[in-house]
Design a protein around this ligand. Structure first.
Ligand SMILES: *Cc1c(COP(=O)(O)O)cnc(C)c1O
Length: 454
């Protein structure tokens, strides 16, 4: 173990590497010059030392400016609060603007990302007796969107380095009843879509992208959400563009996208003919107004997050203690809803992640864990086993097999080891803010022998 330890000198040269105009040879001075940090060592804040960052708030979220406020007031005063009563509605304007940004033909707003995903499942006529393969490392909305159609959410394990669905395990989970794959672009970073699309094609399956965290991320020349048959977004408060609760579906097929509109409009077409099954999921004009108010600067904020994330990646490049989320070939940009890293405790004197997080928080840095447990650990799996419709539509042998396959060791490790920085908010900060993060990590690394005592 000792031999594998990263020396201070190595660390310093790592954090120096990649910075323009700085020669890494002067180790400590070089590091100081880049980061402006004069005290790279010293006592951990949690043990009474000076924190790396003091009285410097992080960029706040959600994003509020005059534009957003004015937009809401305008809608309030218009008296048109529902898109159906407003032919030139704000929701319609947002749909046009957002689909344009995604380079897609159509976008239909909904009241949440969960609603958007559920609209996709319903529009693709997936229901009782059918199976959809998805990730256990996601928001519960992903699974809920499948369950409310009484289809079976079949989970596959993760690639431990990208935290995304492992295409090989997806392929293993396909049965004659599988109808679709729902890849989740977790953290707003692209899945291995090339492999997933190839598997879907080979087995004649639909692909519904859960792009609820992945606004404007780009993979092989396409924006996420526009690669599969349909894609879903969330505008929930924490997301990179938000209106409290909101969502929507993107797609290029006009027939399918009319159907998407009809489904989220209680089965009623734009012309007023009720012809399908559907809940009422319409986005309100107020939600549209907040989103429209946030459009100016939205692209710029995406670029800032990418610039900061790439900067953090360059600093951590050769440091084995915190390894940034793997990106697949073809990833041009990520939404960075979260900047995620894997914590390797063997490089921190075997201290558990919780100790590292305690120490880093005391230094004034907002790193945290993310999803505590995979969705396979929640009691809904027992609930559906005992539900009449599931017992009717799925054979006892199928349900038995389903239960026995709820075992995802990579997902469990990811839940245990991932450390995140929030994207909206902290990742919108300055390079100096990013340096604070790196400095705090280095300080803790240098003091790793004390971590187990905190
Ligand atoms: C937020 C989120 C959802 C659900 O969206 P809501 O708007 O909260 O319903 C689904 N999947 C992922 C990956 C999400 O992050």
């Amino acid at each position: 173990m000792k031999k594998k330890d990263f020396t201070r000198r190595q660390f310093v040269s790592v954090v120096s590497a990649g910075s323009v105009g700085v020669v890494a040879s002067g180790a400590v001075t070089g590091f100081d010059k880049i980061t402006g940090m004069t005290q790279s060592t010293g006592k951990l804040a949690i043990l009474g030392g000076d924190p790396v960052r003091k009285n410097k708030p992080w960029h706040s979220w959600p994003f509020i400016d005059k534009n957003v406020v004015d937009s809401i007031i305008k809608t309030t005063n218009s008296g048109k609060w529902c898109r159906m009563g407003a032919p030139n509605s704000t929701v319609t304007a947002f749909e046009k603007e957002f689909s344009g940004m995604l380079g897609a033909r159509f976008f239909v707003g909904t009241g949440s990302g969960t609603q958007a995903l559920n609209t996709c499942v319903e529009a693709l006529e997936i229901g009782a007796g059918d199976e959809v393969i998805t990730s256990p490392y996601s928001d519960m909305g992903t699974i809920a969107s499948i369950l409310v159609c009484r289809a079976l959410p079949v989970m596959a394990d993760l690639d431990p380095d990208s935290y995304q669905l492992d295409p090989d395990d997806v392929e293993r989970k396909i049965t004659p009843n599988t109808k679709a794959i729902m890849p989740v672009h977790i953290m707003g970073v692209p899945c291995n879509m090339e492999r997933i699309m190839a598997i879907a094609k080979k087995h004649n399956l639909k692909v519904i992208e859960d792009a609820c965290q992945a606004h404007l991320a780009e993979y092989k020349g396409k924006k996420l959400g526009t690669i599969g048959d349909l894609g879903s977004f969330s505008f929930q408060e924490s997301k990179v563009i938000s209106c409290g609760e909101g969502g929507g579906v993107v797609g290029n097929d006009d027939v399918m996208m009319e159907r998407v509109f009809t489904v989220q409009n209680h089965g009623t077409t734009r012309k007023g003919i009720t012809e399908r099954i559907g809940p009422k999921y319409r986005m309100t004009e107020f939600e549209g107004a907040i989103l429209m108010g946030q459009m100016p600067g939205f692209k710029e904020r995406h670029e800032i997050r990418n610039r900061n994330a790439n900067y953090l990646r360059s600093k951590l490049k050769d440091f084995p203690g915190l390894v940034p989320q793997k990106q697949y070939d073809g990833t041009a940009s990520s939404a960075y809803y979260k900047f995620a890293m894997t914590y390797h405790k063997e490089h921190f004197n075997n201290a558990d992640r919780s100790k590292f997080l305690k120490a880093v928080t005391a230094e004034g840095i907002g790193l945290s864990g993310y999803i505590a447990n995979g969705l396979h650990k929640e009691p809904w799996t027992d609930y559906i086993m005992n539900l009449k419709v599931y017992q009717k539509m799925y054979s006892p042998a199928r349900l038995q097999k389903y239960k026995s396959e709820l075992n995802f060791p990579n997902c469990d490790n990811v839940c245990r080891d991932v450390v995140i920085l929030n994207g909206p908010g902290p990742l919108l900060g300055t390079q100096e803010d990013m340096d604070d993060i790196i400095n705090a990590v280095m300080k803790i690394y240098e003091n790793r022998d004390k971590l187990n005592s905190i």
